[in-house]
Design a protein around this ligand. Structure first.
Ligand code: NAP
Ligand code: MG
Length: 451
């Protein structure tokens, strides 16, 4: 089996990727199992040094990695460069972890009691196609730092940067078998991570539907899972906010990466008294949003990842609900203009389901209580933004929104030094931040008597 990649911006056929078979997956798991023992046995400083070399190798390859992501995924070059640099930063940050994986010494009678953070063994990481290299790094960097071997299964549509990261790891001195990349099908390789007893944890980022299947499967072996799933995040704009700034910045919070972002603020809730003013500002900022050739520095939004996905996004847009649209190139490529919907019902499909494209729905609300009610009326809870100048309201609303990652008067999403993850059906567990390596360990308690 193999898969023919297609450049999303030009519709030109690119390289063909051979799929990893079930037998090859089993061989990779066996290799990872034996390589992990050696990796975990290295001195902490030595593991740290190898991770720093890996970070350096990524730093030297930023232009190449970014160009691969532009060709394979259609990400604008400026964002693809940010993503490659982010992988470097994540590796550098977690290179500090091997020497800081400290346990506790607990006062007990008759001896000493100490705890250790032991690596799990082999970790399987399954990534989606929207941010291939960054999301892979959130799993592999802390997992490797904690002494695990890692196997990454990239999404079938976007394997190129992950394959390259696998090569860079080897060149940087990560021992053979410790970090492997297996391109191919989720139903084959990803599912094998779930069923194989030597894979001790599965980190899955993708749809809520597949996440549920993985969690069910993991129950058979009480296998550890981290799940990062879908989102339908709210951007809440109160009348006392800097409404012009909120309108000017809203497009980047939902149309970045063509809306193929689990943190996309795809529902904008606007206090009714400033709704018209907000929509006027939004129309201008959407018209100015630069959609086009992803190889150009000034491009803010490229094409959708595949034509299949473009058709799925299009199915959410009824012309009679469109308030206005931005622009997009015509001709070959999976182009879709940024689209603003003004649904009349909160039950509309565009208010409930994750579209994962450059489509945003804007609805008015009457007061704070109604804003919270609408924001929380979804099974998801990943991110969100709150626009107001009232400090008390910031506290009330930030505590009231059922979501893992919020930003106030801004749309910041992911920082590698802070925890990231979802409430409700947006996920289970947290990635990134100072504690991430601990999520790839088991805590062991040891008592040693005095006599
Ligand atoms: P998806 O269909 O769930 O696929 C994600 C990954 O899982 C792919 O590598 C896929 O392989 C694999 N997979 C599919 N079926 C599997 C199975 N039965 N067992 C094991 N692995 C399996 O999601 P997607 O369409 O790629 O990505 C879009 C979704 O990801 C959105 O819902 C989005 O919100 C979510 N997402 C969440 C976050 C977050 O951090 N919370 C971040 C990014 C994306 P194939 O390539 O073979 O299909
Ligand atoms: Mg899918």
């Amino acid at each position: 089996m193999s898969y023919q990649l297609v450049n999303p911006a030009t519709a030109e056929a690119m390289e063909t990727i051979e799929h990893t078979s079930l037998d090859q997956t089993d061989d990779a798991i066996a290799q990872a199992k034996s390589a992990q023992r050696h990796w975990a046995g290295l001195a902490p400083a030595e593991r740290a040094e190898i991770l720093r070399s890996f970070a350096d190798a990524v730093a030297k390859d930023v232009e190449n990695l970014a160009a691969l992501e532009v060709r394979n995924s259609g990400h604008p070059i400026s964002q693809a460069r940010w993503e490659a640099n982010h992988v470097r930063n994540v590796l550098e940050y977690y290179a500090g972890a091997p020497e800081r994986l400290m346990g506790k010494q607990i006062p007990v009678a008759g001896g000493i009691d100490i705890t250790f953070h032991e690596p799990l063994g082999v970790v399987g990481i399954i990534t989606p196609w929207n941010f291939p290299m960054t999301i892979a790094s959130w799993g592999f960097a802390p997992a490797l730092a904690a002494g695990n071997a890692v196997i990454v299964k990239p999404a079938e549509w976007t394997p190129l940067t992950t394959i390259r990261l696998g090569e860079l790891a080897r060149e940087a001195g990560v021992p053979e078998g410790v970090f492997q990349v297996l391109p191919g099908r989720g139903s084959v390789i990803g599912n094998r991570f779930v069923t194989h007893e030597d894979v001790r944890k599965v980190v899955f980022t993708g749809s809520t539907e597949v996440g549920k299947t993985i969690m069910r499967g993991a129950a058979d072996q009480i296998k550890r899972v981290t799940l990062e799933l879908g989102g339908k995040s709210a951007n809440i704009v109160f009348a006392d906010a800097d409404v012009d700034k909120a309108a000017a910045t809203a497009p980047s919070s939902v149309f970045e990466n063509a809306g193929q972002d689990c943190c996309a603020r795809s529902r904008i809730l606007v206090e009714a008294s400033v709704y018209d003013r907000f929509m006027q500002g939004l129309e201008k900022s959407v018209a100015a949003f630069a959609v086009g050739d992803p190889t150009k520095d000034e491009t803010e939004m490229g094409p959708l990842v595949t034509s299949v996905h473009r058709d799925s996004v299009a199915s959410f847009v009824d012309d009679d609900k469109v308030a206005f649209r931005g622009s997009a190139p015509t001709g070959p490529g999976n182009w879709f203009a940024p689209t603003v919907l003004a649904p009349t019902s909160l039950d509309d499909r565009c208010m409930r389901e994750e579209i994962f494209g450059p489509v945003v729905a804007v609805v008015p609300f009457k007061d704070e209580a109604e804003a919270l009610e609408i924001a929380n009326s979804t099974e998801y809870g990943l991110s969100g933004s709150i626009w107001t100048r009232d400090v008390g309201r910031v506290i009330r609303v930030a505590r009231g929104v059922e979501s893992g990652n919020l930003s106030v008067n801004s749309h910041s999403s992911v920082r590698y030094s802070t925890p990231f993850g979802g409430f409700k059906q947006s996920g289970l567990g947290r990635e990134l931040g100072p504690d991430a390596p601990l999520h790839f360990t088991e805590e062991k308690n040891v008592f040693i008597p005095n006599d």
